[in-house]
Structures are given as structure tokens and as C-alpha cells.
Design a protein around this ligand. Sequence first.
Ligand SMILES: NC(=O)C1=CN([C@@H]2O[C@H](COP(=O)(O)OP(=O)(O)OC[C@H]3O[C@@H](n4cnc5c(N)ncnc54)[C@H](OP(=O)(O)O)[C@@H]3O)[C@@H](O)[C@H]2O)C=CC1
Ligand SMILES: CC(=O)N[C@@H](CCC(=O)OP(=O)(O)O)C(=O)O
Length: 343
Amino acid sequence: MIKVGIVGGTGYTGVELLRILANHPDVKVDVITSRSEEGIRVADMFPNLRGHFDLAFTVPDVDRLATCDAVFFATPHGVAMSMAPELVERGVKVIDLGADFRIKDLELWSRWYGMEHTAPALAAEAVYGLPEVNREQIRSARMIACPGCYPTAVQLGYLPLVENGLIDHRRLIADCKSGVSGAGRGASVGTLLCETSESFKAYGAAGHRHLPEIKQGLSAAAGRPVGLTFVPHLTPMIRGIHATLYGVLKDPTDGLQALFEERYADEPFVDVMPAGSHPETRSVKGANYCRISIFRPQDDDTVVVLSVIDNLVKGAAGQAVQNLNILFGLDERAGLNLVGLMP
Ligand SMILES: NC(=O)C1=CN([C@@H]2O[C@H](COP(=O)(O)OP(=O)(O)OC[C@H]3O[C@@H](n4cnc5c(N)ncnc54)[C@H](OP(=O)(O)O)[C@@H]3O)[C@@H](O)[C@H]2O)C=CC1
Ligand SMILES: CC(=O)N[C@@H](CCC(=O)OP(=O)(O)O)C(=O)O
């Protein structure tokens, strides 16, 4: 059994990790932290997990975490980088669901995340945990940086086009919508029911911290810097990311459906839908899938890609477990044969 620790076990992604790992055949959760719930038993706080975990929340302690084979950080930015270097040095594999280790240009990272990076050496070593791109590097990594939710949906939607140089790499437009759980469990006025229900809004239109992360990944895929306009929106739903991606084809072609099907043919968690489909976020709710469809409206030179994920699963906890499976040589789908939540 692989012993894991979860730092930040009471947040939306931390609890999602528990939901997934409760049925993982090869993993045992040995340590789970929450400073605010210290001493509370997991099953008392989350009755659905009764019978799965005989654990109480503890405050984060490096010595305890160092007894694990792997540690997930489901914590705000800045927490993982404060503890990961020591854990890695002590032989623990670290999988960060936050953004501390995603961006290689640390000056750029500091500008967007508003803090100095305190683990530059580990940031340079970290592997970006998007299995559809970095599967081989993930296998031997000591530090894995899981992508953000929007970056996951946007990159998977654009990759076949950008990797093959089929669209104008300078004019990418990502119009994205997220459920409110994307903002985390911390209470704030902007995410109250009275503020978010029966309304819909854009935010971060002038610039969002996922912009540099997505540009980093797509520029690597393109082999040159890409130009990206990314506008996120908050929608009155709990879970889900819906990305509508636009590109200008250099040479209008009818082979896009086949291109996407071939690129993702061997990917267990990317589903290229039949031509003409419109993926819905509820079709991936609670599951680790990214569902994609492709259009070339009016047979013109604009390509539209639709990409949906559950922000808490393929956008966070599910992808983190997928990376753990790869890291430890397990079946990549272990613990992730999740039946989506209905309706
Ligand atoms: N929500 C989403 O859809 C996604 C989130 N992410 C990222 O994943 C991370 C977790 O997100 P999410 O679960 O939504 O966050 P939440 O705010 O819901 O949960 C945060 C968790 O971290 C703990 N925590 C907070 N501060 C500290 C600290 N200083 N030291 C140790 N533990 C701390 C909290 O418990 P306590 O304070 O009791 O210790 C809580 O368990 C974030 O970096 C987020 O950006 C990535 C992809 C998607
Ligand atoms: C609705 C909402 O607030 N979503 C979050 C995305 C959360 C996420 O993906 O986490 P990282 O910051 O670790 O990438 C946002 O826009 O910042």
C-alpha cells in the first residue's frame, strides 16, 4: 500500500481527494491536516466517508508527513513551497494541487501570485502534471505541479491544433466558465449563494493568473510564444469548467475530428466526442474526464473547440491521483473509475 498524506484536507479539493482515495485499491491515507479542525475525526466531519478513514485532522507537521510515501498539498499558494523541499529531501514524493511549482519563470510567478518564491531549486526541478503531455517525466519526478482547472481544460482543447501548427498561434481566444467551487471553501461575499445564484459574470478580464500558466504550456507545444486572450466567468453552478476555444486555421481542413481522435486515442481520460456534439459540464461532474468537441462553423477558417471538465476532479484532485498512479507505476485509472454524479 502507498501511504499518503493530505495537507489541506477540509478544502474542496482536499475532500475530493478523500472521496477518490476512499476507493483506491493501492493507497492508504495516513495523515490528513486541517488547522481549524484539529482533533476532529474525518468521519465526524464527513459522514459519507464513515468506514473509510479512521483518522483525525492534525496540524501540518513535517516529521509526520515525512513518514508518508507521497504528500498532496491541497492548500493555498505559498504553503507547498514552504514544506515541499524538506519532504522531497527526505524521500517523499510531493504532488501540489496549487500553483507554487507550475511556472518556471519565478519572477513572472511572483508578479502574478504576489509573493517571493522560497523554493527556486525545486521549482526548476518540478514536473508539470499534465499526463497527456508529460507522462514520461511524471514517472520519475520527485515534485509534481498539478495544473489549474482552467489551464487543464484550455490546454487539452488546444493541444492538437497547436502541436501541429494548424492555427495562428498569435491569436488564441479562450472564453471559460467555472462553477463556484473553483474559488475554494473559504467564505467570501463574492461566492455567497445570494451573490452568485441567478447571475453570471466575467472576472479577471484584464488578466488572470492562469494566463501565464496556459501560455507557458501552449508555447512549449507550439515551439514558439503564443498570443492568448483568456477571460474566465463565474457561473451559478457548484462544479464544472466549460471552455470555448477559438483559433484561426492557416489552411481550412476537414480533418480536425480525425486529428483530435488520433491525438487522444490512447488517453484514458480525454473523450473526443462525435462530430456535432456539445459537451455539458454535468456529463463530467464527479469524474476525471475531459470531454472535447470540435467545430468549423460555416466551413470557414475559424475553429471552435469545446472542452469541459470537473474543476475539482480532472481540474484538481482526480488529476493529482492520476499523477500519483503514474508516479508509482500503478494502473493510471486506479481509483478513478468514478461514476459521475447524477443528475
Ligand atoms: N477549487 C478548485 O476548483 C481548484 C483549486 N486548486 C488549487 O488547489 C488548492 C486548494 O484549493 P481548494 O481546495 O479550493 O481550497 P480551500 O480553500 O477549499 O481549502 C484550503 C485547505 O487548505 C488548508 N489551509 C489553508 N491555509 C493553510 C496553511 N497556511 N497551511 C496549511 N493548510 C492550510 C485549509 O484548512 P485549515 O485552514 O483548517 O488548515 C483547507 O483544508 C489551492 O491552491 C487552489 O488554488 C486547483 C485547481 C482547482
Ligand atoms: C471560480 C474561481 O475562482 N476559480 C479560481 C481557479 C482555481 C484554480 O484553478 O486554482 P489555482 O489558482 O490553483 O489554479 C480562480 O479563478 O482563481
